[in-house]
Unconditional design. Structure first.
Length: 123
């Protein structure tokens, strides 16, 4: 049963600026994500934008925004086939459980200067 849906779009040029300021990347992205992002070299800004959009989409899907958890508690990495998977810890995981949910699906896409993420929460 679907418990929540969220979608977000991010302008890639904003994330290009963030790549030059490691403090912003460290502030909002989990270590697991940062490693995957920097491995993408020329595609790092696209990857950063898509993952930032996924965090925002999750906050919308749980219906609370980021009240009670930090962006670093939500992260996206790709499996061995490239499929994005959302992971949660701390307050983000508690927010998921509070809504009676136990599964998060995420889809990412990007085209030129925009990245989009959709999150579906199931319970």
């Amino acid at each position: 049963m679907v418990k929540g849906i969220g979608v977000d779009v991010v302008a890639v040029h904003r994330m290009r600026d963030w790549l030059h300021d490691g403090a912003l990347v460290d502030r909002y992205f989990a270590p697991e994500e940062r490693e995957a992002i920097y491995e993408r070299k020329d595609g790092a800004a696209l990857s950063l934008a898509a993952r930032f959009a996924a965090k925002e989409a999750f906050a919308k899907a749980v219906g609370t925004g980021f009240r009670g958890f930090h962006m670093r508690e939500v992260w996206v990495v790709n499996d061995e086939l490239g499929k994005p998977e959302m992971h949660l810890r701390g307050g983000a995981l508690k927010a998921l459980h509070r809504m009676g949910a136990n599964h998060v699906l995420v889809s990412l896409t990007h085209e030129h200067e925009h990245a989009i993420a959709m999150v579906v929460i199931e319970g």
